[in-house]
Design a protein around this ligand. Structure first.
Ligand SMILES: Cc1cc2nc3c(=O)[nH]c(=O)nc-3n(C[C@H](O)[C@H](O)[C@H](O)COP(=O)(O)O)c2cc1C
Length: 209
């Protein structure tokens, strides 16, 4: 079975996104681990947020929160909390995002999902459901965040290798936000990555019935 997904030459693309946009977001995008000194502006950081916020979450709960770490002083606080192999990667990034889930996300539900006013109380009465919902939807939004970084023309380097408890104590001492992922952001340096790793085949990952 053919796994070729390219549009036939000379015919209009069957995809909504142009080939260039698909390359930017998926097929040519890479996880960067080394960055140039090019700064990342406030406007770019806001543009990332202005994209990922639109992607869907269950009951529109939107539990993801973002701490952008950009000053040298703030990065000094973060670097020792990363796994040693990850420290030089974040040291080279002009901005590092600490993605977190807001355990108090229910506060905003009356605004975010007004159609069901009792939703806030229902979540707050069921800690297991609240935890599962925040955990799943913040991970979903973290993926949207990575694509939004790419969409504004920057490279992202997600990293799970860090001391989450230490990060929470250092940056979120009131306990409401809980870190889930660190993402290096910037312009990739020339040797920003190793060879592309393989992916599974369509037949290995998809069943069609
Ligand atoms: C949730 C997540 C956690 C990751 N954690 C780390 C990490 O701690 N250290 C690291 O070097 N790479 C980490 N990576 C990078 C992955 O290994 C990389 O994205 C994957 O191999 C795909 O690489 P590519 O985008 O260049 O094809 C992580 C990626 C994701 C999505």
């Amino acid at each position: 079975m053919s796994t070729d997904t390219a549009a036939p030459t000379g015919l209009p693309s069957p995809y909504a996104l142009s080939p260039e946009a698909r390359e930017l977001l998926f097929t040519e995008a890479r996880t960067a681990f080394k960055f140039t000194d090019d700064p990342v502006s406030d406007e770019q950081l806001r543009a990332v947020w202005d994209l990922f916020k639109w992607a869907p979450t269950a009951s529109n709960v939107n539990p993801l929160r973002v701490l952008y770490v950009r000053t040298p002083e703030a990065k000094e606080r973060l670097l020792p909390l990363l796994a040693p192999p990850n420290q030089p990667k974040s040291a080279s990034a002009p901005v590092v995002a600490v993605l977190a889930m807001d355990t108090g996300f229910t506060e905003y539900l009356p605004t975010l999902f007004p159609a069901i006013p009792q939703l806030k109380d229902a979540f707050e009465a069921n800690p297991a459901l609240r935890e599962e919902n925040a955990s799943f939807n913040s991970a979903l939004q973290a993926a949207y965040f990575l694509l939004a970084v790419r969409a504004v023309g920057l490279a992202a380097g997600p990293m799970k290798g860090f001391d989450a408890k230490g990060v929470d104590e250092e940056f979120f001492p009131d306990g409401r936000w809980r870190s889930i992922l660190v993402v290096n952001i910037g312009t990739p340096a020339e040797d920003a990555w190793a060879a592309r790793l393989p992916r599974l085949e369509y037949e290995q990952t998809v069943r069609l019935i």
